[in-house]
Design a protein around this ligand. Structure first.
Ligand SMILES: CC(=O)SCCNC(=O)CCNC(=O)[C@H](O)C(C)(C)COP(=O)(O)OP(=O)(O)OC[C@H]1O[C@@H](n2cnc3c(N)ncnc32)[C@H](O)[C@@H]1OP(=O)(O)O
Length: 208
């Protein structure tokens, strides 16, 4: 005998229901308090004026994709969203940097070199450095919201993977080819697979 719908067990929660939704929709992932052009000029300075670098294209297009022009109606954004999708698809194809518009991206983020870079993070802080063949993303396909947070001033070596709902604490260094699957505390140097902290350089006074 089947249970009456009113008595049926509630559906099981999805494995990542404990995590906040991704930053889709109308949210603006650009840093507050600075206009689009000033932001892109700052990104260009961060990339040493190298406007031809795919890392700069990826960051500038991300800024453009989140530009809201101070108007709310989505209709006005639609043509720009399409343009953004088209340009970023081409930039990704040519430069090998995938930086979704849903990532909350800090100021002065520098992407060195290009190729094999996939940055599906919840947020990337200010003054973060990223190199070729770096991946930020999910650890398993059943937890699609479980993606990393990269705090301010993190320096990510080439070939690094940061997987799942983990946080790389600010002012940390991640060694080349490390695979990070657990939180890294601030001011750490982490290396290896799985990454382990080999050093912590907390400034005098304890840092923040
Ligand atoms: C074209 C380009 O130039 S692109 C730029 C490429 N460069 C990068 O990506 C920079 C990434 N930097 C690194 O990987 C560095 O080695 C760092 C930052 C992790 C560590 O540098 P240092 O502080 O000088 O550490 P140091 O060289 O003293 O090594 C400390 C220990 O970690 C080990 N180690 C260092 N780097 C790594 C690594 N990537 N993976 C595994 N172990 C490592 C060392 O063998 C050493 O081990 P031991 O104590 O058992 O001898």
């Amino acid at each position: 005998m089947t249970a009456h719908p009113a008595n049926a067990a509630p559906p099981a929660p999805a494995p990542d229901d404990d995590l906040p939704p991704l930053n889709h929709g109308d949210g603006n992932q650009n840093p507050p308090g600075i206009g689009l052009l000033a932001l892109i000029r700052e990104d260009l300075r961060t990339h040493d004026g190298a406007w031809f670098e795919p890392g700069f294209w990826a960051v500038a297009l991300h800024r453009f994709g989140n530009w809201r022009m101070g108007v709310r109606p989505k209709l006005l954004r639609a043509p720009f969203s399409l343009l953004h999708r088209f340009l970023s698809a081409w930039a990704e194809l040519l430069g090998g940097v995938h930086l979704p518009y849903t990532v909350r991206l800090g100021r002065r983020v520098r992407i060195w070199h290009h190729g094999g870079i996939v940055l599906h993070a919840r947020s990337i802080g200010d003054d973060v450095h990223i190199r070729h063949c770096t991946t930020f993303g999910v650890a398993t396909r059943d937890r699609l919201r479980a993606i990393p947070i990269i705090e301010d001033r993190v320096d990510v070596g080439c070939g690094v993977c940061v997987l799942g709902d983990v946080t790389i604490g600010h002012d940390s260094l991640i060694g080349a080819n490390a695979v990070v699957v657990a939180d890294v505390p601030p001011y750490s140097t982490a290396v290896g697979i799985p990454a382990r902290v080999i050093r912590r350089a907390v400034p005098e006074g304890g840092g923040s």
